[in-house]
Design a protein. Sequence first.
Length: 575
Amino acid sequence: MPNNTNMEELKPRFANSCPLTPLGFLERASIVYGDSISVVYNDLSYTWSQTHTRCLRVASCIESFLGVKKGQVVSVVAPNIPPMYELNFAVPMAGVILNNINTRLNAVTISVMLRHSESKLVFVDQLSVRLVLDAVNLFPKNTPTPLLVLITDESITDQTSLTDVKDLERFVCCYEELVEKGSENFKWVRPVNEWDPIVLNYTSGTTSSPKGVVHSHRGVFVVTLDSLIDWGVPKQPVYLWTLPMFHANGWGYTWGTAAVGATNVCLRRFDGEIIFNLIRRHRVTHMCAAPIVLNMLSNSPNAGPLPNPVHVMTGGAPPPAAVLLRTESLGFVISHGYGMTEMLGVVVSCAWKKEWNMFPATERARLKSRQGVRTAAMTEVDVVDPNSGVSVKRDGLTMGEIVLKGSCVMLGYLKNSTATAKCIRDGGWFYTGDMAVMHPDGYLEIKDRSKDVIISGGENVSSVEVESALYSHPAVDEAAVVACPDEYWGETPLAFVTLKKGAVRVTVTEKEILEYCREKLAHFMVPKVVVFRDKLPKTSTGKIQKFTLKEIVKSMGYSSSSSSSSSYGVGRSRM
Ligand SMILES: Nc1ncnc2c1ncn2[C@@H]1O[C@H](COP(=O)(O)OP(=O)(O)OP(=O)(O)O)[C@@H](O)[C@H]1O
C-alpha cells in the first residue's frame, strides 16, 4: 500500500469544507420530490419543482431589479401564506439577510425594527399595508426608507385593503410580478463562509424590549437537521403551519420541511375549528404549537376523533401537565421541546423513553412537561448556580440557571454588544435567564424565568408549578402567577385566572380555587389572592405578559418595597 501521507498532513480541503447552509435543501427537494405538493393554501397548491423555480425567480430580482446588495437586510411582514414560505428561501438565496417581522406588532415597534435593522426592502402582506405604511411614516425626516413590495392574496374575500390608490403608489411592485419577471436560471448566492449571517429575528419581548438576534448559515443548518432528527420527522409528512413563520422561522421548520419533502399546509389565521378542519381535509401528520394553542385545541367544540395520529411539537412556554393530558386524550402525540430565538429552534427536549409508556396517563403527562435533555447536536447543557457557575445538585429541587453550548447559539445581538456579552459569557456558555432544576435522571425542568421567580419568606416559589396546579382545575382556562409584595413574607404568589367558557363563575369562587391549590401544593406556594379576568395580556407571540400583570398588581395597591428581589440570576432576561 502506498504510504506517503502522514495523519497530520491530512487537512480540510475545498471538497469537504464547503460552507454549510440550509438553502441547498430546496434544490434537492425539487429533484427528489419535484412532482409532490410542496405548499397548499386554500385552493392553491404548488409542487416542489414549482416552489424551487418561484424562489429562484424572486431571488434573482432582489439584487438585479430591486438593487439590494449582498449582506443587507430584507424584511417580510406576512402571516403563514405561500409567499412567506418562499421568502424564507428566496431572500437568503439572493445573498441577503432575512428578517421576518411579526404581523401582530404595532407600527411604532415595526418602525423601530426597520430602522434598527436598516432594512432595505420590505415584503408586505396586503392586510398589513396600513400597518407598514404607518411604521414607515414614523421614520424621522431625511432618513432613507425601505422599498416596499406588495403581497396580494386573491383568497381574501374583503379586498378593501387594496382600494387606496395613494397607498398602493408607495409599492414598487407586487410579489407575483417578481415571480414572472425573475430568472429561473439564477445561480443562487452560496455563503462564502458558513458563519455568514442568514437571518435576523427579533425576540418576543416577554421580559424586555425585543432584541435583534443574528444567526449564521451554519447554525441554522445544524439546528434544522437536529430538530428533524430529535422529533423523528419522517419523509413526506403533511405539516400544518400553526406556528408563525415570523417566530424564529417557525423554529427552523421553514427549511426543515424542504429537507424531508413535506407538504406545507399554509393558513392565514386559525382557531380550533380551522385547525381540526385542516387536519381532516389534508390528513395532517405534524404541527408545532405553543401550549396556549394546545389549550385552545383541547377546549374546542370541534375536538373529535382524528383521522390519523397528529404529532405535535410544543414549546415556547411551559406546557402544564393537565394541558398535555387533555390534548393527548384527543389523539395528538405530543413531543415537548425547549428553545429560544437565540438558538432558533429546539435545543433541549423531553426525549421519550419506551419504558414510560406503561405509566398511567397522568404520570406520563407529568414526565412530558419536563423540558428534558440536550438534543443530539448540542454540545452541552447544564443547570448552574448563576453566581458561581457551579452545576446544581441533581436532586430535582435546587434551582439554577440553564446554560447551553453548541452550534445553534446565535452569532449575537445586532448592535448590542453589551447584551451579547451578558448572555454569551467568557466561560463559553450561553446563559438563558431560565431557572430550572436538574432531576436525578439528568432531565431538567424549568421552574421560572429568572425575573419571575417568587421569593416568599426566603423560599423560592416556582410560578410554573403553581400555574400547573391551577391548570388542572376543571374550570380554569388560563392561569398566570406573579409576585405580590407582602410586608411579612417579602412576596407571595398572586394568581390571575380566566375561566373556561360555560364554567359558571359564581360557582367557582376564589375560596374554592385556593382550597384546590392547598390540596395540590405546599402551603407557602398557595396564592394568597386569585384575580378573575376575562382575558390575560399576551405578547405578539402569544406568551402571557407577566410584566403587565405585575403592573396590575401594583395598581391594585400592593406596595413594591421588596419586589426587586424576584430578579433571580443574572442571565439573558435581566436586561
Ligand atoms: N418548553 C418550554 N418550557 C418553558 N419555557 C419555554 C419553553 N420553550 C421556550 N420557553 C421560554 O421562552 C423563551 C424564549 O422565547 P423567545 O425567544 O420567543 O422570546 P422571549 O424570551 O419570550 O422574549 P424576550 O427575550 O424579548 O423577553 C425561553 O427563554 C423560555 O423562557
